[in-house]
Design a protein around this ligand. Structure first.
Ligand code: NAD
Length: 268
């Protein structure tokens, strides 16, 4: 029997580490050919390691350097992917970063940098993906003409003191995602977000690197465990598959209950 994403071409941004690497491996394991995007030469070895893990398990992957905040680089990544594989079926808009500062000390550079990668990067990649989905239309690989998964965060709804740029970027992703979904649902393009809670990756190392930090973090998570990249990989595979064919314009929270106001648990 065909695997869930058999022969579908998936571009996954920021896939040399963390959640992106986890999603790349999960999608490749169910038959997708994966473009492991990374932003700078320094991340190339990590991207190659993700690719090698996929190919040594019988999957298909290439690595591709692109800074998602650069319009021409994004266009080139899509053009080269289409030239090599014929099309793009799935975009996972995952690349993201933090530059934290108390609000009164946040520089314009910190603000612009986070918005340019986390929000403008998602816009640029989604626009190229939708252009390709419209060009190709529905193929025999999926009921949809194309799928976009935006990696948001619980901070698309939970305010986050000291992280105004990051929270603003994730709040922006929510309505960017819903608007694209609304605009192209009639073309059978599905656009959804995943909002991870606390997932154990390099981006939040200082939240779990000591037992004291981890215990503090777990107070925010009703399930009392930190998430793993496989939790997000599983959700992404489902959202991209035809099993989720009627799911469009929604955010799937994968957070062990972090958005359930855990502070109320002990207050009765
Ligand atoms: P991570 O730091 O391991 O991954 C981020 C990736 O983005 C890195 O591989 C990095 O190289 C890449 N990247 C950075 N700038 C880029 C650019 N300009 N172009 C292309 N790639 C670029 O951290 P992660 O936790 O895996 O984060 C992945 C996504 O998940 C981010 O969007 C993050 O906001 C989101 N997220 C993570 C958590 C968590 O708890 N880990 C929670 C909510 C949301």
């Amino acid at each position: 029997m065909d695997k869930k994403l058999q022969d579908q071409i998936a571009i996954i941004t920021g896939a040399s580490s963390g959640i992106g690497a986890g999603v790349a491996k999960a999608m490749a394991a169910v038959g997708a050919t994966v473009v492991v995007n990374y932003p700078v030469d320094a991340a190339k070895d990590m991207a190659e390691a993700v690719k090698n893990e996929i190919t040594s398990s019988g999957g298909k992957a290439i690595v591709y350097k692109t800074d998602v905040s650069k319009e021409e680089e994004v266009k080139q990544m899509f053009a080269d992917t289409v030239a090599q594989f014929g099309t793009v079926d799935i975009l996972v808009n995952n690349a993201g970063l933090q530059r934290d500062a108390p609000f009164t000390e946040m520089t314009l550079e910190q603000w612009n940098y986070v918005l340019s990668v986390n929000l403008t990067g998602q816009f640029l990649c989604a626009r190229e993906a939708v252009r390709e989905f419209l060009r190709r239309g529905i193929s025999n690989k999926s009921k949809s003409a194309g799928k976009i998964i935006c990696m948001s965060s619980v901070h698309e709804v939970i305010p986050w003191a000291g992280h105004a740029n990051y929270a603003a970027s994730k709040g922006g992703i929510m309505l960017l995602m819903k608007t694209i979904a609304q605009e192209f649902a009639s073309k059978r393009i599905r656009v959804n977000s995943i909002a991870p809670g606390a997932i154990q990756t390099p981006i939040n190392r200082d939240a779990w690197d000591t037992s004291a930090h981890l215990q503090n973090l777990l107070k925010l998570i009703p399930e009392k465990r930190i998430g793993q990249v496989e939790d997000i990989g599983n959700a992404a595979v489902w959202l991209a598959s035809d099993d989720a064919d009627y799911v469009n314009g929604t955010t799937l929270f994968v957070d062990g209950g972090m958005t359930l106001y855990p502070g109320f648990v002990d207050n009765g």
